[in-house]
Design a protein around this ligand. Structure first.
Ligand code: SF4
Length: 554
Protein backbone atom coordinates (compact mmCIF):
# COMPACT_ATOMS: atom_id res chain seq x y z
CA UNK A 1 0.00 0.00 0.00
CA UNK A 2 1.34 3.45 -0.90
CA UNK A 3 0.25 5.43 2.14
CA UNK A 4 3.26 7.75 1.94
CA UNK A 5 4.40 6.69 5.41
CA UNK A 6 7.92 5.36 5.69
CA UNK A 7 9.08 3.92 9.02
CA UNK A 8 12.16 5.59 10.48
CA UNK A 9 15.33 3.92 9.20
CA UNK A 10 13.60 2.23 6.25
CA UNK A 11 15.22 2.17 2.82
CA UNK A 12 14.81 5.21 0.59
CA UNK A 13 11.22 5.35 -0.66
CA UNK A 14 10.62 4.28 -4.22
CA UNK A 15 9.78 6.85 -6.91
CA UNK A 16 6.37 6.83 -8.57
CA UNK A 17 6.54 6.09 -12.28
CA UNK A 18 4.04 8.92 -12.81
CA UNK A 19 6.56 11.20 -11.11
CA UNK A 20 9.24 10.13 -13.59
CA UNK A 21 6.89 11.29 -16.32
CA UNK A 22 6.72 14.69 -14.60
CA UNK A 23 10.50 14.72 -14.15
CA UNK A 24 11.10 14.16 -17.85
CA UNK A 25 8.69 17.00 -18.61
CA UNK A 26 10.28 19.48 -16.22
CA UNK A 27 12.40 18.98 -13.10
CA UNK A 28 10.55 21.73 -11.31
CA UNK A 29 7.22 20.02 -12.00
CA UNK A 30 8.58 16.84 -10.42
CA UNK A 31 9.77 18.81 -7.40
CA UNK A 32 6.50 20.68 -6.91
CA UNK A 33 4.43 17.52 -7.18
CA UNK A 34 6.58 14.97 -5.43
CA UNK A 35 8.58 16.93 -2.91
CA UNK A 36 6.30 19.84 -2.07
CA UNK A 37 3.22 17.72 -2.79
CA UNK A 38 1.46 20.46 -4.70
CA UNK A 39 -1.30 19.12 -6.88
CA UNK A 40 -3.80 21.01 -8.96
CA UNK A 41 -6.79 19.09 -10.17
CA UNK A 42 -7.48 21.12 -13.32
CA UNK A 43 -9.73 20.21 -16.23
CA UNK A 44 -6.98 18.16 -17.92
CA UNK A 45 -6.35 16.15 -14.78
CA UNK A 46 -10.08 15.45 -14.35
CA UNK A 47 -10.29 14.45 -18.03
CA UNK A 48 -7.34 12.06 -17.54
CA UNK A 49 -9.03 10.43 -14.56
CA UNK A 50 -12.30 10.17 -16.49
CA UNK A 51 -10.45 8.48 -19.35
CA UNK A 52 -9.04 5.81 -17.08
CA UNK A 53 -12.43 5.19 -15.48
CA UNK A 54 -14.04 4.93 -18.90
CA UNK A 55 -11.44 2.47 -20.15
CA UNK A 56 -11.90 0.35 -17.06
CA UNK A 57 -15.70 0.33 -17.67
CA UNK A 58 -15.39 -0.44 -21.38
CA UNK A 59 -12.92 -3.23 -21.04
CA UNK A 60 -14.59 -4.83 -18.03
CA UNK A 61 -12.59 -7.47 -16.28
CA UNK A 62 -10.03 -7.79 -19.07
CA UNK A 63 -8.29 -4.72 -17.71
CA UNK A 64 -6.97 -4.59 -14.24
CA UNK A 65 -5.12 -1.55 -12.99
CA UNK A 66 -2.63 -2.82 -10.49
CA UNK A 67 0.41 -1.58 -8.65
CA UNK A 68 3.94 -2.93 -8.84
CA UNK A 69 6.85 -1.87 -6.68
CA UNK A 70 10.52 -2.76 -6.78
CA UNK A 71 13.08 -1.72 -4.18
CA UNK A 72 15.87 -2.84 -6.52
CA UNK A 73 14.62 -0.62 -9.35
CA UNK A 74 13.61 2.13 -6.90
CA UNK A 75 10.21 2.57 -8.54
CA UNK A 76 6.56 1.85 -8.05
CA UNK A 77 3.68 2.39 -10.41
CA UNK A 78 0.15 1.54 -11.39
CA UNK A 79 -0.13 -0.06 -14.81
CA UNK A 80 -3.18 0.70 -16.93
CA UNK A 81 -3.20 -2.76 -18.50
CA UNK A 82 -1.05 -5.71 -19.53
CA UNK A 83 -1.63 -8.11 -22.40
CA UNK A 84 -0.07 -11.40 -23.48
CA UNK A 85 0.75 -11.20 -27.21
CA UNK A 86 2.70 -13.91 -29.05
CA UNK A 87 3.93 -15.30 -25.76
CA UNK A 88 5.20 -11.89 -24.57
CA UNK A 89 3.90 -9.67 -21.77
CA UNK A 90 3.22 -6.10 -22.92
CA UNK A 91 2.33 -3.14 -20.65
CA UNK A 92 -0.19 -0.62 -22.03
CA UNK A 93 -0.48 3.00 -21.07
CA UNK A 94 -3.46 5.13 -22.09
CA UNK A 95 -3.02 8.80 -22.98
CA UNK A 96 -5.72 11.35 -23.56
CA UNK A 97 -3.82 13.42 -26.12
CA UNK A 98 -2.12 12.94 -29.47
CA UNK A 99 1.17 11.21 -30.30
CA UNK A 100 4.19 13.13 -31.51
CA UNK A 101 4.71 13.13 -35.29
CA UNK A 102 8.15 12.69 -36.87
CA UNK A 103 9.22 14.52 -40.05
CA UNK A 104 7.39 11.91 -42.16
CA UNK A 105 4.24 12.44 -40.00
CA UNK A 106 4.59 8.96 -38.51
CA UNK A 107 3.16 8.69 -35.01
CA UNK A 108 5.71 8.20 -32.26
CA UNK A 109 5.78 8.38 -28.47
CA UNK A 110 6.63 11.53 -26.58
CA UNK A 111 9.89 11.26 -24.65
CA UNK A 112 8.07 11.52 -21.31
CA UNK A 113 5.71 8.68 -22.30
CA UNK A 114 8.57 6.49 -23.57
CA UNK A 115 10.27 6.66 -20.18
CA UNK A 116 7.01 6.00 -18.40
CA UNK A 117 6.06 2.89 -20.37
CA UNK A 118 9.67 1.61 -20.19
CA UNK A 119 9.57 1.98 -16.40
CA UNK A 120 6.35 -0.05 -16.29
CA UNK A 121 7.94 -2.68 -18.55
CA UNK A 122 10.91 -2.98 -16.18
CA UNK A 123 8.63 -3.33 -13.15
CA UNK A 124 6.57 -5.92 -14.99
CA UNK A 125 9.52 -8.04 -16.06
CA UNK A 126 10.80 -8.15 -12.49
CA UNK A 127 7.33 -9.22 -11.29
CA UNK A 128 6.77 -11.96 -13.90
CA UNK A 129 10.41 -13.05 -14.08
CA UNK A 130 10.73 -12.87 -17.85
CA UNK A 131 11.95 -10.20 -20.27
CA UNK A 132 9.50 -7.54 -21.44
CA UNK A 133 10.68 -6.17 -24.77
CA UNK A 134 7.86 -3.89 -25.77
CA UNK A 135 5.45 -1.39 -24.29
CA UNK A 136 2.44 0.24 -26.00
CA UNK A 137 0.98 3.71 -25.71
CA UNK A 138 -2.60 4.34 -26.76
CA UNK A 139 -3.22 7.99 -27.75
CA UNK A 140 -6.97 8.40 -27.57
CA UNK A 141 -7.35 11.73 -29.34
CA UNK A 142 -6.22 10.12 -32.59
CA UNK A 143 -7.03 6.54 -31.67
CA UNK A 144 -3.46 5.52 -32.41
CA UNK A 145 -1.28 2.95 -30.65
CA UNK A 146 2.48 3.50 -30.65
CA UNK A 147 4.85 0.61 -29.93
CA UNK A 148 7.98 1.29 -27.90
CA UNK A 149 10.96 -1.10 -27.99
CA UNK A 150 12.39 -1.58 -24.50
CA UNK A 151 16.11 -1.71 -25.23
CA UNK A 152 19.18 -1.25 -23.05
CA UNK A 153 19.55 2.44 -23.87
CA UNK A 154 16.01 3.10 -22.72
CA UNK A 155 16.54 1.09 -19.53
CA UNK A 156 19.63 3.20 -18.80
CA UNK A 157 17.56 6.36 -19.28
CA UNK A 158 15.01 5.06 -16.77
CA UNK A 159 17.76 4.29 -14.22
CA UNK A 160 19.23 7.77 -14.72
CA UNK A 161 15.80 9.35 -14.22
CA UNK A 162 15.29 7.43 -10.94
CA UNK A 163 18.70 8.61 -9.74
CA UNK A 164 17.91 12.22 -10.60
CA UNK A 165 14.53 11.98 -8.88
CA UNK A 166 16.23 10.75 -5.70
CA UNK A 167 18.71 13.61 -5.84
CA UNK A 168 16.01 16.20 -6.28
CA UNK A 169 14.04 14.80 -3.34
CA UNK A 170 16.92 15.78 -1.07
CA UNK A 171 16.92 19.45 -2.19
CA UNK A 172 15.32 22.15 -0.04
CA UNK A 173 15.31 24.66 -2.91
CA UNK A 174 13.11 24.37 -5.96
CA UNK A 175 14.79 23.76 -9.32
CA UNK A 176 14.52 26.75 -11.69
CA UNK A 177 11.66 27.09 -14.16
CA UNK A 178 12.16 25.29 -17.45
CA UNK A 179 14.02 27.10 -20.24
CA UNK A 180 11.34 25.89 -22.66
CA UNK A 181 8.49 28.28 -21.84
CA UNK A 182 6.11 26.47 -24.23
CA UNK A 183 6.00 23.55 -21.79
CA UNK A 184 4.45 25.84 -19.19
CA UNK A 185 1.45 26.60 -21.39
CA UNK A 186 0.18 23.04 -20.88
CA UNK A 187 1.43 22.47 -17.36
CA UNK A 188 -1.23 21.87 -14.71
CA UNK A 189 0.97 23.44 -12.02
CA UNK A 190 1.58 26.74 -13.84
CA UNK A 191 -0.92 28.57 -11.55
CA UNK A 192 1.16 27.71 -8.50
CA UNK A 193 4.59 27.63 -10.13
CA UNK A 194 4.15 31.09 -11.75
CA UNK A 195 6.91 30.57 -14.34
CA UNK A 196 6.04 33.72 -16.25
CA UNK A 197 6.36 35.91 -13.17
CA UNK A 198 9.68 34.26 -12.40
CA UNK A 199 10.93 35.04 -15.91
CA UNK A 200 9.76 38.63 -15.42
CA UNK A 201 11.71 38.85 -12.16
CA UNK A 202 14.85 37.89 -14.09
CA UNK A 203 14.18 39.80 -17.29
CA UNK A 204 12.31 43.06 -16.71
CA UNK A 205 11.29 43.24 -20.40
CA UNK A 206 9.56 39.85 -20.29
CA UNK A 207 5.85 40.08 -21.19
CA UNK A 208 4.19 37.50 -18.94
CA UNK A 209 1.34 35.37 -20.21
CA UNK A 210 -1.34 34.87 -17.58
CA UNK A 211 -1.04 31.23 -16.56
CA UNK A 212 -2.25 31.88 -13.05
CA UNK A 213 -6.01 31.60 -13.49
CA UNK A 214 -7.14 28.72 -11.39
CA UNK A 215 -10.64 27.88 -10.26
CA UNK A 216 -11.57 31.53 -10.50
CA UNK A 217 -15.22 30.61 -10.28
CA UNK A 218 -14.95 29.06 -6.82
CA UNK A 219 -16.88 31.11 -4.33
CA UNK A 220 -16.92 31.79 -0.62
CA UNK A 221 -19.93 30.41 1.24
CA UNK A 222 -20.75 32.50 4.34
CA UNK A 223 -23.04 30.92 6.92
CA UNK A 224 -24.32 33.80 8.99
CA UNK A 225 -27.59 32.81 10.62
CA UNK A 226 -27.52 31.50 14.18
CA UNK A 227 -28.15 27.76 14.46
CA UNK A 228 -27.56 26.98 10.78
CA UNK A 229 -25.79 23.67 10.33
CA UNK A 230 -23.42 22.66 7.53
CA UNK A 231 -23.24 18.95 6.83
CA UNK A 232 -22.10 16.68 4.04
CA UNK A 233 -23.93 14.59 1.50
CA UNK A 234 -21.58 12.87 -0.94
CA UNK A 235 -19.56 15.54 -2.70
CA UNK A 236 -21.85 18.38 -1.57
CA UNK A 237 -22.11 20.63 1.45
CA UNK A 238 -25.65 20.80 2.79
CA UNK A 239 -26.67 23.98 4.61
CA UNK A 240 -29.66 23.51 6.91
CA UNK A 241 -31.09 26.62 8.63
CA UNK A 242 -33.10 26.41 11.86
CA UNK A 243 -36.16 27.14 9.76
CA UNK A 244 -36.65 26.74 6.06
CA UNK A 245 -35.26 24.64 3.22
CA UNK A 246 -31.81 23.10 3.03
CA UNK A 247 -29.50 24.17 0.22
CA UNK A 248 -26.82 22.05 -1.40
CA UNK A 249 -23.49 23.31 -2.74
CA UNK A 250 -21.22 21.06 -4.85
CA UNK A 251 -17.81 21.17 -3.21
CA UNK A 252 -16.08 21.95 -6.50
CA UNK A 253 -17.88 25.29 -6.72
CA UNK A 254 -16.50 26.46 -3.37
CA UNK A 255 -13.19 27.95 -2.36
CA UNK A 256 -13.93 28.98 1.23
CA UNK A 257 -16.50 28.07 3.88
CA UNK A 258 -16.95 30.87 6.42
CA UNK A 259 -18.86 30.21 9.64
CA UNK A 260 -20.13 33.20 11.59
CA UNK A 261 -21.32 33.29 15.19
CA UNK A 262 -23.57 30.43 16.20
CA UNK A 263 -23.50 28.46 12.94
CA UNK A 264 -22.14 24.92 13.04
CA UNK A 265 -20.32 22.45 10.85
CA UNK A 266 -19.97 18.68 11.06
CA UNK A 267 -16.60 16.93 11.00
CA UNK A 268 -17.68 15.14 7.81
CA UNK A 269 -18.18 18.51 6.13
CA UNK A 270 -14.78 19.74 7.36
CA UNK A 271 -13.25 16.53 6.03
CA UNK A 272 -14.76 17.17 2.61
CA UNK A 273 -13.46 20.75 2.62
CA UNK A 274 -9.92 19.76 3.57
CA UNK A 275 -9.91 17.02 0.95
CA UNK A 276 -10.85 19.53 -1.75
CA UNK A 277 -8.64 22.33 -0.48
CA UNK A 278 -11.59 24.47 0.53
CA UNK A 279 -10.50 26.70 3.40
CA UNK A 280 -12.75 26.83 6.49
CA UNK A 281 -12.81 29.99 8.65
CA UNK A 282 -14.61 30.95 11.83
CA UNK A 283 -15.82 34.33 13.10
CA UNK A 284 -17.28 35.18 16.49
CA UNK A 285 -20.79 36.61 16.71
CA UNK A 286 -19.15 40.01 17.27
CA UNK A 287 -17.32 39.79 13.94
CA UNK A 288 -13.84 38.85 15.20
CA UNK A 289 -11.84 36.51 12.98
CA UNK A 290 -11.01 33.36 14.95
CA UNK A 291 -8.96 31.28 12.53
CA UNK A 292 -8.72 29.30 9.31
CA UNK A 293 -7.83 25.78 8.35
CA UNK A 294 -6.56 25.13 4.88
CA UNK A 295 -4.75 22.33 3.19
CA UNK A 296 -2.10 22.17 0.56
CA UNK A 297 0.19 19.29 1.46
CA UNK A 298 2.72 19.21 4.24
CA UNK A 299 4.71 22.15 2.77
CA UNK A 300 7.83 21.27 4.77
CA UNK A 301 10.33 22.64 2.24
CA UNK A 302 8.32 25.85 1.81
CA UNK A 303 8.30 26.41 5.55
CA UNK A 304 11.98 25.60 5.94
CA UNK A 305 12.75 28.23 3.28
CA UNK A 306 10.42 30.73 4.99
CA UNK A 307 11.99 30.22 8.44
CA UNK A 308 15.47 30.46 6.96
CA UNK A 309 14.69 33.72 5.13
CA UNK A 310 12.69 35.42 7.87
CA UNK A 311 15.28 34.67 10.52
CA UNK A 312 17.44 37.26 8.79
CA UNK A 313 16.82 40.81 10.07
CA UNK A 314 18.05 42.50 6.89
CA UNK A 315 15.62 40.44 4.76
CA UNK A 316 12.74 41.33 7.11
CA UNK A 317 13.57 45.04 7.03
CA UNK A 318 13.90 45.12 3.23
CA UNK A 319 10.54 43.37 2.79
CA UNK A 320 8.87 45.56 5.42
CA UNK A 321 10.06 48.74 3.69
CA UNK A 322 8.65 47.57 0.41
CA UNK A 323 5.38 46.68 2.14
CA UNK A 324 5.06 50.07 3.85
CA UNK A 325 5.91 51.88 0.62
CA UNK A 326 3.18 49.89 -1.14
CA UNK A 327 0.67 50.58 1.62
CA UNK A 328 1.28 54.31 2.01
CA UNK A 329 1.50 54.86 -1.73
CA UNK A 330 -1.81 53.03 -2.09
CA UNK A 331 -3.38 55.27 0.56
CA UNK A 332 -2.01 58.39 -1.09
CA UNK A 333 -3.19 57.38 -4.55
CA UNK A 334 -6.65 56.63 -3.21
CA UNK A 335 -6.96 60.01 -1.51
CA UNK A 336 -5.79 61.78 -4.69
CA UNK A 337 -8.18 59.75 -6.81
CA UNK A 338 -11.16 60.29 -4.49
CA UNK A 339 -10.67 64.07 -4.54
CA UNK A 340 -9.56 64.43 -8.18
CA UNK A 341 -12.68 66.07 -9.53
CA UNK A 342 -13.69 68.14 -6.49
CA UNK A 343 -11.40 71.14 -5.76
CA UNK A 344 -13.01 71.71 -2.35
CA UNK A 345 -12.33 68.11 -1.33
CA UNK A 346 -8.77 68.29 -2.65
CA UNK A 347 -8.19 71.42 -0.62
CA UNK A 348 -9.50 69.70 2.50
CA UNK A 349 -7.02 66.83 2.18
CA UNK A 350 -3.93 68.86 1.18
CA UNK A 351 -2.24 68.60 4.59
CA UNK A 352 -2.82 64.85 4.70
CA UNK A 353 -1.43 64.43 1.18
CA UNK A 354 1.70 66.36 2.05
CA UNK A 355 2.12 64.28 5.23
CA UNK A 356 1.86 61.00 3.32
CA UNK A 357 4.38 62.22 0.72
CA UNK A 358 6.80 63.05 3.52
CA UNK A 359 6.36 59.57 5.01
CA UNK A 360 7.11 58.01 1.62
CA UNK A 361 10.40 59.92 1.45
CA UNK A 362 11.37 58.70 4.94
CA UNK A 363 10.55 55.01 4.54
CA UNK A 364 13.62 54.12 2.45
CA UNK A 365 15.92 55.49 5.16
CA UNK A 366 14.37 53.71 8.14
CA UNK A 367 17.26 51.93 9.90
CA UNK A 368 15.08 49.37 11.71
CA UNK A 369 11.56 47.99 12.06
CA UNK A 370 10.55 50.17 14.97
CA UNK A 371 11.43 53.37 13.06
CA UNK A 372 9.51 51.99 10.11
CA UNK A 373 6.49 51.31 12.32
CA UNK A 374 6.61 54.94 13.38
CA UNK A 375 6.59 56.10 9.75
CA UNK A 376 3.76 53.75 8.89
CA UNK A 377 1.72 54.97 11.87
CA UNK A 378 2.27 58.57 10.79
CA UNK A 379 1.18 57.67 7.24
CA UNK A 380 -1.98 55.96 8.56
CA UNK A 381 -2.88 58.89 10.75
CA UNK A 382 -2.45 61.31 7.80
CA UNK A 383 -4.48 59.03 5.58
CA UNK A 384 -7.42 58.72 7.97
CA UNK A 385 -7.30 62.44 8.65
CA UNK A 386 -8.25 62.85 4.97
CA UNK A 387 -11.38 60.69 5.29
CA UNK A 388 -13.67 63.37 6.65
CA UNK A 389 -12.86 65.50 3.61
CA UNK A 390 -13.20 62.62 1.12
CA UNK A 391 -16.83 61.74 1.87
CA UNK A 392 -19.56 63.60 0.01
CA UNK A 393 -21.28 66.30 2.09
CA UNK A 394 -24.64 64.65 1.29
CA UNK A 395 -23.75 61.51 3.29
CA UNK A 396 -25.97 61.01 6.36
CA UNK A 397 -24.37 62.54 9.47
CA UNK A 398 -24.51 59.16 11.23
CA UNK A 399 -22.35 57.58 8.52
CA UNK A 400 -19.69 60.25 8.53
CA UNK A 401 -16.14 59.59 9.65
CA UNK A 402 -15.17 61.03 13.01
CA UNK A 403 -11.83 59.32 13.64
CA UNK A 404 -10.40 55.82 13.63
CA UNK A 405 -11.58 53.52 16.43
CA UNK A 406 -11.01 49.79 16.59
CA UNK A 407 -12.01 47.53 19.46
CA UNK A 408 -14.81 48.51 19.94
CA UNK A 409 -15.78 50.62 16.92
CA UNK A 410 -17.34 53.90 18.05
CA UNK A 411 -19.15 54.85 14.89
CA UNK A 412 -20.82 53.17 11.95
CA UNK A 413 -18.05 53.61 9.43
CA UNK A 414 -15.54 52.08 11.85
CA UNK A 415 -17.88 49.13 12.40
CA UNK A 416 -17.86 48.59 8.62
CA UNK A 417 -14.09 48.97 8.34
CA UNK A 418 -13.40 46.68 11.30
CA UNK A 419 -15.53 43.84 9.95
CA UNK A 420 -14.20 44.40 6.42
CA UNK A 421 -10.61 44.07 7.65
CA UNK A 422 -11.56 40.89 9.54
CA UNK A 423 -12.97 39.43 6.29
CA UNK A 424 -9.77 40.42 4.53
CA UNK A 425 -7.65 38.82 7.25
CA UNK A 426 -9.38 35.47 6.74
CA UNK A 427 -8.75 35.60 2.98
CA UNK A 428 -5.12 36.54 3.42
CA UNK A 429 -4.66 33.77 6.00
CA UNK A 430 -6.28 31.26 3.64
CA UNK A 431 -4.12 32.54 0.76
CA UNK A 432 -0.94 32.03 2.80
CA UNK A 433 -2.01 28.53 3.81
CA UNK A 434 -2.82 27.69 0.19
CA UNK A 435 0.68 28.73 -0.78
CA UNK A 436 2.14 26.63 2.06
CA UNK A 437 3.46 29.52 4.14
CA UNK A 438 3.26 29.72 7.92
CA UNK A 439 0.98 32.68 8.74
CA UNK A 440 2.43 32.89 12.26
CA UNK A 441 5.92 33.88 11.08
CA UNK A 442 5.96 37.38 9.64
CA UNK A 443 8.60 39.90 8.66
CA UNK A 444 7.01 43.08 9.99
CA UNK A 445 4.19 42.62 12.49
CA UNK A 446 5.07 41.15 15.85
CA UNK A 447 3.03 38.33 17.44
CA UNK A 448 1.14 40.56 19.89
CA UNK A 449 -2.42 39.50 19.19
CA UNK A 450 -4.11 36.28 18.14
CA UNK A 451 -3.89 37.41 14.50
CA UNK A 452 -1.09 35.68 12.56
CA UNK A 453 1.73 38.20 11.88
CA UNK A 454 2.45 37.21 8.27
CA UNK A 455 -1.25 37.56 7.46
CA UNK A 456 -1.23 41.01 9.08
CA UNK A 457 1.81 41.86 6.95
CA UNK A 458 0.28 40.77 3.67
CA UNK A 459 -3.11 42.33 4.32
CA UNK A 460 -1.51 45.79 4.45
CA UNK A 461 -1.40 45.70 0.67
CA UNK A 462 -5.12 45.07 0.36
CA UNK A 463 -6.78 47.22 3.01
CA UNK A 464 -7.27 50.13 0.65
CA UNK A 465 -8.40 48.41 -2.56
CA UNK A 466 -10.50 45.67 -0.96
CA UNK A 467 -12.01 47.31 2.10
CA UNK A 468 -11.58 51.11 2.26
CA UNK A 469 -12.58 51.79 -1.33
CA UNK A 470 -15.47 49.32 -1.20
CA UNK A 471 -16.81 50.77 2.07
CA UNK A 472 -16.66 54.40 0.89
CA UNK A 473 -18.22 53.50 -2.47
CA UNK A 474 -21.07 51.65 -0.71
CA UNK A 475 -21.70 54.69 1.52
CA UNK A 476 -21.79 56.96 -1.53
CA UNK A 477 -24.24 54.57 -3.20
CA UNK A 478 -26.53 54.96 -0.20
CA UNK A 479 -26.42 51.25 0.63
CA UNK A 480 -26.57 51.64 4.41
CA UNK A 481 -29.45 52.20 6.74
CA UNK A 482 -28.07 53.88 9.89
CA UNK A 483 -30.95 52.41 11.90
CA UNK A 484 -31.36 48.88 10.57
CA UNK A 485 -27.82 47.90 9.64
CA UNK A 486 -26.23 48.83 12.96
CA UNK A 487 -26.77 48.26 16.67
CA UNK A 488 -25.65 51.11 18.92
CA UNK A 489 -25.02 50.31 22.59
CA UNK A 490 -23.66 53.28 24.50
CA UNK A 491 -20.52 54.39 22.72
CA UNK A 492 -20.11 51.12 20.85
CA UNK A 493 -21.46 50.42 17.38
CA UNK A 494 -21.94 46.91 15.98
CA UNK A 495 -23.32 45.58 12.74
CA UNK A 496 -26.79 44.05 12.90
CA UNK A 497 -27.35 40.66 11.21
CA UNK A 498 -28.67 42.50 8.18
CA UNK A 499 -25.68 44.89 8.20
CA UNK A 500 -23.25 42.00 8.44
CA UNK A 501 -24.85 40.24 5.46
CA UNK A 502 -24.63 43.47 3.49
CA UNK A 503 -20.96 44.13 4.19
CA UNK A 504 -20.14 40.49 3.35
CA UNK A 505 -21.86 41.03 0.02
CA UNK A 506 -20.03 44.34 -0.60
CA UNK A 507 -16.71 42.74 0.25
CA UNK A 508 -17.22 39.56 -1.79
CA UNK A 509 -18.32 41.55 -4.83
CA UNK A 510 -15.24 43.69 -4.57
CA UNK A 511 -13.08 40.58 -4.25
CA UNK A 512 -14.52 39.21 -7.48
CA UNK A 513 -13.80 42.42 -9.43
CA UNK A 514 -10.98 42.15 -11.93
CA UNK A 515 -8.11 44.52 -11.96
CA UNK A 516 -4.99 44.76 -14.09
CA UNK A 517 -1.97 44.00 -11.96
CA UNK A 518 0.45 46.83 -12.56
CA UNK A 519 3.55 44.61 -12.45
CA UNK A 520 2.65 41.32 -14.13
CA UNK A 521 0.47 43.20 -16.62
CA UNK A 522 -2.54 40.87 -16.74
CA UNK A 523 -5.97 41.13 -15.16
CA UNK A 524 -7.17 39.01 -12.31
CA UNK A 525 -9.68 39.27 -9.51
CA UNK A 526 -8.66 40.83 -6.20
CA UNK A 527 -9.30 37.43 -4.61
CA UNK A 528 -6.72 35.83 -6.90
CA UNK A 529 -4.41 38.76 -6.39
CA UNK A 530 -4.10 37.94 -2.69
CA UNK A 531 -2.87 34.48 -3.59
CA UNK A 532 -0.62 35.86 -6.33
CA UNK A 533 1.07 38.27 -3.90
CA UNK A 534 1.49 35.42 -1.39
CA UNK A 535 3.22 33.40 -4.11
CA UNK A 536 5.37 36.37 -5.12
CA UNK A 537 6.29 36.79 -1.47
CA UNK A 538 7.40 33.18 -1.35
CA UNK A 539 9.52 33.79 -4.43
CA UNK A 540 11.42 36.48 -2.52
CA UNK A 541 13.30 33.70 -0.77
CA UNK A 542 12.87 30.95 -3.37
CA UNK A 543 15.17 32.21 -6.08
CA UNK A 544 13.16 34.94 -7.85
CA UNK A 545 12.97 38.05 -5.67
CA UNK A 546 11.80 41.50 -6.66
CA UNK A 547 8.10 41.30 -7.57
CA UNK A 548 6.33 41.17 -4.19
CA UNK A 549 4.45 44.32 -3.07
CA UNK A 550 5.25 46.22 -6.26
CA UNK A 551 1.71 46.63 -7.58
CA UNK A 552 0.09 50.04 -7.28
CA UNK A 553 -3.38 51.46 -7.63
CA UNK A 554 -3.82 53.53 -10.73
S1 SF4 B 1 4.90 25.76 -15.12
FE1 SF4 B 1 6.70 25.40 -16.41
S2 SF4 B 1 8.46 25.61 -15.04
FE2 SF4 B 1 6.65 25.37 -13.76
S3 SF4 B 1 6.52 23.22 -13.33
FE3 SF4 B 1 5.27 23.57 -15.13
S4 SF4 B 1 6.59 23.24 -16.88
FE4 SF4 B 1 7.90 23.45 -15.09
Amino acid sequence: MDDGLEPAGSAEPTVRVGALHALMYCERLFYLEEVEELRVADAAVFAGRALHEEIAREEGDRVERFTLESGALGMRGQLDAIRRRDGQWIPYEHKRGRPRRDSAKKAEAWETDRIQVAAYAMLLEEAVGEPVREGRLRYHKEDVTVRVAIDDDLRREVHAAVQRARELRRFVDRPPVTANDRLCLRCSLAPVCLPEEERLAREPDWQPVNLSVLDDERESLHVVSHGTRVGRSGEELVVTPLEGEKTKFPIRTLGHLVLHGGSQVTSQAIHLCVEHEVAVSWFTGGGRFVGTIGSNGPAVQRRVRQFRALSDEATCLALAKRLVLGKVEGQLRYVLRATRTAPSKREAVEGAVEGMRRVLRQVAHAPDLSTLLGHEGEGASRYFSAWAGMLDPAVDERLRYTGRSRRPPRDRINALLGFGYALLLKDVTAGLLAVGLEPALGFYHQPRSSAPPLALDLMELFRVPLVDMAVVASIHRGQWSPEEDFVVTGEKVWLSDQGRKKIIDVYERRKAEEWKHSVVGYSLSYGRMIELEARLLEKEWSGSPGLFARFRLR
